[in-house]
Structures are given as structure tokens and as C-alpha cells.
Design a binder for this molecule. Structure first.
Ligand code: ATP
Ligand code: MG
Length: 209
């Protein structure tokens, strides 16, 4: 019989398009988990992203499975379908409410890179976000923190090892027949090749479909 694991009390949430998931995402989650003593980090692939409605995104099921493959070896990393199973555009306020319902007794920590943290005030119901989670902004090469308008005490900034990797660059590399080995986990390299992602137009979905 498998012993019941105690309910996690400190849960990180790593939202992202993950198109594809790469080592920058994984290092960010691992570093924040260590610094804040998190029991679990939940990766939440987005549905349609409000800031990315102008570009085609890979089918949610592919992005979800790549996140599962990338996190499978870490017992503290899990993947949630909350955003991809909710219809319509993904807003972080809905992500946090859904995850709060799954982990009603846990303290939530929302993990973002420097670029995304600066956009928080443009997010839907920005004022309500602070009550639902503590926000942790991590350093990202090429991006500066823009925290002037954020409420003090509601967020933390954390320096992490610099990983100059972006999903955009990974996609462009695959399109140009350049390697993505060591930028993304090995299983993700193989998944991309197996399904022709970033080359085969049928693996894309228009964000509002
Ligand atoms: P894209 O180029 O498609 O926007 P991305 O690499 O920025 O992809 P996202 O899925 O947009 O990846 O990012 C999800 C979250 O991970 C965001 O909060 C982003 O700031 C953070 N993040 C992404 N890459 C890094 C990195 N190399 N270092 C630190 N944080 C990162
Ligand atoms: Mg991004």
C-alpha cells in the first residue's frame, strides 16, 4: 500500500505558455522552492494568453505533455490542467482561485520572471491577486525588474543562476534545424521531433479557437 503523503502547506505556482518548457523555467522553480521551503511547485500551462493573442501557440495538449515529461523526475514538481481545461483566455486571478480550491490550506507562491512581474498591474483584477498569493520575481537575463508601482511587502525578488533561454529562441532554433539539446530536457527534444512541433502547421492552434 502506498503511504498517504501529507497535504503540502507551501505551494509554488509556475504559470507559463511553456511552448516549449525549457531549463530556465525549471531552474526558476527549483531555486524558489529551495529559497522559500516549498513542498511542491505546480506548473500550470496557460490556455489562450492575453498578451499572446496575436500569435499561434502550440496545441495545449502538446504543451501540457512536454511539461509532464520535463517535471517527471522531480518528486516535488507537478503539472496542473487548470488553465488548459478552463475555456477562454487565461487570467492569473482564475489560476490562483482554482489552485486555492485544490490546496485550500496551503500558502501559495506565484513564481514569475522579471519580464512577467512587471506586467502584473495590467493583469485582470490585479488588486485581488495579492491576497491569493505571495509573488516571487526571479532574475532573467535581458530583463529588468520594474517594481515601482507594485505594493511593497506583497512580493519578493530573487536572484537565480542566469539562464539566457527563451521558448521563442527554442522555437526559432527548431524551425532553422538548429539543436535545442541542453536548452530543454532530453525528453522534450525527443517529443518535439516526434510530433514535428514548430515545423508542422497542424501542431499549432489559433489562440481564440
Ligand atoms: P516566450 O518566448 O514564448 O514568451 P518564455 O521563454 O518567456 O517564452 P514563458 O512560458 O512565456 O517562457 O514564461 C513563463 C514564466 O517563466 C514567465 O514568468 C517568465 O518570465 C519565466 N521565465 C521564462 N524563461 C525564463 C528564464 N530563462 N529565466 C527566468 N525566468 C524565466
Ligand atoms: Mg514569455
Amino acid at each position: 500500500m502506498i503511504a498517504a503523503t501529507p497535504a503540502p502547506t507551501r505551494v509554488g505556482i509556475m504559470g507559463g505558455t511553456f511552448d516549449p518548457i525549457h531549463h530556465g523555467h525549471l531552474v526558476a522553480a527549483s531555486e524558489v522552492a529551495d529559497e522559500f521551503g516549498l513542498d511542491e511547485v505546480v506548473f500550470v500551462p496557460t490556455g489562450a494568453q492575453p498578451f499572446k493573442l496575436d500569435r499561434d501557440v502550440t496545441l495545449a495538449e502538446h504543451r501540457y505533455l512536454m511539461a509532464v515529461i520535463a517535471t517527471a523526475s522531480n518528486p516535488r514538481f507537478t503539472v496542473s490542467r487548470a488553465d488548459i481545461d478552463r475555456s477562454g483566455v487565461t487570467f492569473t486571478i482564475d489560476t490562483l482561485r482554482d489552485l486555492h480550491a485544490v490546496y485550500p490550506d496551503a500558502e501559495l507562491f506565484f513564481i514569475t520572471g522579471a519580464d512577467a512581474l512587471g506586467q502584473i498591474l495590467q493583469w485582470k483584477d490585479a488588486d485581488a491577486l495579492w491576497d491569493l498569493a505571495h509573488f516571487v520575481g526571479v532574475t532573467r537575463p535581458g530583463h529588468h525588474f520594474d517594481t515601482d508601482d507594485l505594493p511593497k511587502g506583497e512580493y519578493s525578488l530573487q536572484e537565480i543562476p542566469a539562464m539566457a533561454i527563451s521558448s521563442t529562441d527554442c522555437r526559432e532554433r527548431v524551425q532553422a534545424d538548429k539543436p535545442v539539446w541542453y536548452l530543454v530536457p532530453d525528453g522534450v527534444v525527443q517529443y518535439i521531433g516526434k510530433h514535428g512541433l514548430y515545423k508542422d502547421p497542424s501542431s499549432y492552434q489559433h489562440p481564440t479557437e
